[in-house]
Design a binder for this molecule. Structure first.
Ligand code: HBI
Length: 99
């Protein structure tokens, strides 16, 4: 699940069925969320940063007050890999903890 090998279209489709908050945008997957307030949004971002460092895999993050948008792709592979799926699940957890 966490490999840096590029996923096939079938693998991506199957994985996204288990990540209902995420949508495909080309070579990336994207999720938006709204936290209860700005501090909660920042706490979620810090939790995501810790997971990103642990995985050595980093999301693009857009912060607008309490609205967050995460974009995941594996730049070194030129597309989506298992690492993106693993990080997506950990981002879901971080957002759930601050919702
Ligand atoms: N994060 N999203 C993403 N994609 C990468 O290819 C990537 C990364 N974080 C760290 C990383 N690659 C490192 O392996 C290299 O930059 C050394």
């Amino acid at each position: 699940m966490s490999s840096r090998a590029r996923l096939s279209e079938d693998e991506i489709t199957a994985a996204l069925a288990g990540l209902p908050r995420w949508t495909r945008e080309g070579d990336s997957i994207v999720r938006s969320a709204v936290a209860p307030d700005f501090p909660a949004a920042i706490r979620a971002v810090v939790a995501v940063a810790e997971q990103a460092e642990a995985l050595d895999h980093h999301p693009d993050i857009d912060i607008r007050w309490r609205s967050l948008r995460f974009v995941l792709s594996t730049h070194s592979a030129g597309g989506l890999t298992g690492l993106d799926l693993t990080l997506a699940a950990r981002i879901d957890e971080a957002l759930r903890a601050e919702s």
